[in-house]
Design a protein around this ligand. Structure first.
Ligand SMILES: [Zn+2]
Length: 74
């Protein structure tokens, strides 16, 4: 079962969760503040294999996985 990384939209806490394919993580809760509906952080595998120009976002930075470092995606 794949492990995905999520970031809490409330407090910014990052955590990993095992998810079956097809699940979006909306049922997960932040382990820190218990906020629901965390953002799924895309892995570098998915971002580098997409190949679609313009599909990158600040949420998919492979360096920090949070888009806060200011570096452009590789
Ligand atoms: Zn939180």
């Amino acid at each position: 079962m794949p492990i995905y990384e999520y970031q809490c939209a409330q407090c910014g806490e990052k955590f990993e969760a095992r998810q079956s394919f097809g699940e979006d993580g909306s049922r997960l809760n932040c382990p820190k503040c218990q906020a629901s509906n965390p953002r799924k952080l895309l892995s570098s595998f998915f971002t580098t294999s997409s190949g679609a120009a313009g599909s990158f976002s600040a949420d998919s930075c492979p360096t920090c996985s949070s888009g806060v470092c200011g570096l452009p995606p590789m």
